[in-house]
Design a protein around this ligand. Structure first.
Ligand code: FES
Length: 111
């Protein structure tokens, strides 16, 4: 039994090229990064103070938060600069049929 399911998030054609695109899905906000080595996805809100990372500065694999300039590596979420000290939540991502998909934990079935 699979532990995760792939869900469509956004069309590749709708991404801001070489930048960050915010996508709201299922009551959650995601940041989709069009990076040199591929597409990466994290939660959009900074885990330090809740700022929208999609309003931050993006270069290479680094996203810098617009509020306090904490920084994260979009590939694995690790913090790169204070005051960010905890990894941001990232999601496995892939492109299928022109859609960015992310892996979300499978919902548990009630028995
Ligand atoms: S809210 Fe992002 S570093 Fe403070």
């Amino acid at each position: 039994m699979a532990d995760e399911t792939w869900s469509d998030l956004v069309a590749v054609a709708d991404l801001h090229a070489n930048w960050v695109t915010r996508v709201d899905l299922g009551g959650r906000a995601f940041a989709v990064y069009d990076a040199p080595s591929g597409i990466y996805v994290s939660l959009a809100l900074c885990n330090h103070g809740g700022a929208d990372l999609c309003d931050g500065y993006f270069e290479g694999h680094l996203i810098e938060c617009p509020l306090h300039q904490g920084a994260f590596d979009v590939r694995d979420g690790r913090p790169l600069d204070t005051p960010a000290t905890r990894p941001m939540k990232t999601f496995p991502a892939r492109v299928e049929n022109g859609m960015v998909q992310i892996a979300l934990p499978a919902r548990r079935q009630r028995q």
